[in-house]
Design a binder for this molecule. Structure first.
Ligand SMILES: C[S@@+](CC[C@H](N)C(=O)[O-])C[C@H]1O[C@@H](n2cnc3c(N)ncnc32)[C@H](O)[C@@H]1O
Length: 290
């Protein structure tokens, strides 16, 4: 049973005729120490983004099964990346970000997690010149593409992904799609007003305002023809552009199921809503059903 507070948003978004114009992020990269710290904190297992991180860690793991070298575009503080790396110890991961402040936090986090399969490069995700053609077997990205200031740069990023990816390589790209009304933006951004610092909430609002439209993302499929696009049911709020799910082993499924159970109750409800709305939106395979 999904959380009832979503109902007005679903009604409003399905009834609204047109949206509002995209407002690119005021800061291209996330450099402010306070901003970086608030974002990193929200990503802890018991933090605001814990459910979303676990959801994407599981589905991403299911998509990259067997990949040896995977790059993460806009890795930020690497909370998500390190979680994926922990679940996939045989895969080598490289996080790419333009922000030196983020990369410093990311390196410290990977070290604290005791991971030896994660490395980092400073660079622009729309110019992956540090990677040779067909040199990686997976490209992932979570909540970072909306930082690209223009649609042409998103398309350039897609061209670069197609270039660096080996044939049969895996793709898992997820981010927000632009909502139709500012009221819905404010609903999601300030849902956790009581528990999150103002800077995190503002950051969230800006991300939702900067999100590309569903149509813009759909157009990206032209660059990545082996991929499909799914979104949350009825309201394209979160999209996942990905290649087909592969077979997870029973042990890994058990680990995802256990990790779900260990989430605080509130965030488990968020995770289950993501599972439901994305399943209804066309996402195949449920890595949490051990
Ligand atoms: C909202 S954070 C997402 C971090 C992480 N992927 C996650 O899911 O938590 C977006 C990150 O993208 C980075 N970024 C923005 N534009 C970029 C670009 N053109 N090239 C590389 N990184 C970029 C920002 O510095 C920031 O760390």
């Amino acid at each position: 049973m999904p959380q009832l507070s979503f109902l007005p948003v679903i009604l409003r978004e399905t009834m609204a005729r047109q949206g509002f114009p995209r407002e690119p992020e005021p800061d291209l990269v996330m450099e402010g120490p306070e901003q970086v710290a608030a974002y990193a904190l929200a990503g802890r297992v018991d933090g605001e983004m814990g459910a979303s991180y676990l959801f994407h860690a599981a589905h991403c793991s299911q998509t990259i099964v067997g990949a040896r070298r995977v790059i993460d575009l806009g890795c930020g503080p690497a909370t998500q990346l390190c979680q994926i790396a922990k679940f996939n110890p045989d895969t080598e991961f490289i996080g790419v970000d333009l922000s030196s402040e983020m990369l410093e936090t990311a390196r410290a986090h990977a070290k604290a997690c005791g991971l030896s399969n994660v490395d980092f490069r400073q660079g622009d995700i729309s110019k992956l010149s540090m990677f040779a053609d067909a040199s990686v077997d997976g490209v992932i990205s979570t909540m970072a593409l909306h930082h690209l200031p223009r649609l042409e740069l998103l398309q350039q990023c897609m061209r670069e992904i197609a270039r660096v990816l080996a044939p049969d390589g895996a793709i898992y790209l997820t981010d927000f799609a632009r909502l139709k009304t500012l009221r819905s933006v404010l609903f999601f951004a300030y849902r956790s007003e009581a528990s999150q610092p103002r800077i995190f909430l503002l950051d969230y609002e800006r991300s939702l305002r900067a999100a590309f439209s569903y149509k813009d993302v759909e157009g990206c499929l032209d660059f990545l023809p082996r991929s499909g696009l799914v979104t949350t049911f009825m309201v394209p709020f979160i999209f996942i552009l990905k290649t087909q799910a592969r077979q997870l082993g029973p042990e890994q499924k058990q680990r995802f199921s256990d990790a779900r159970k260990s989430l605080p109750r509130k965030y488990r409800a968020d995770l289950d809503d993501m599972r439901l709305f994305l399943k209804l939106g066309g996402l195949k395979g449920d890595p949490f059903s051990a």
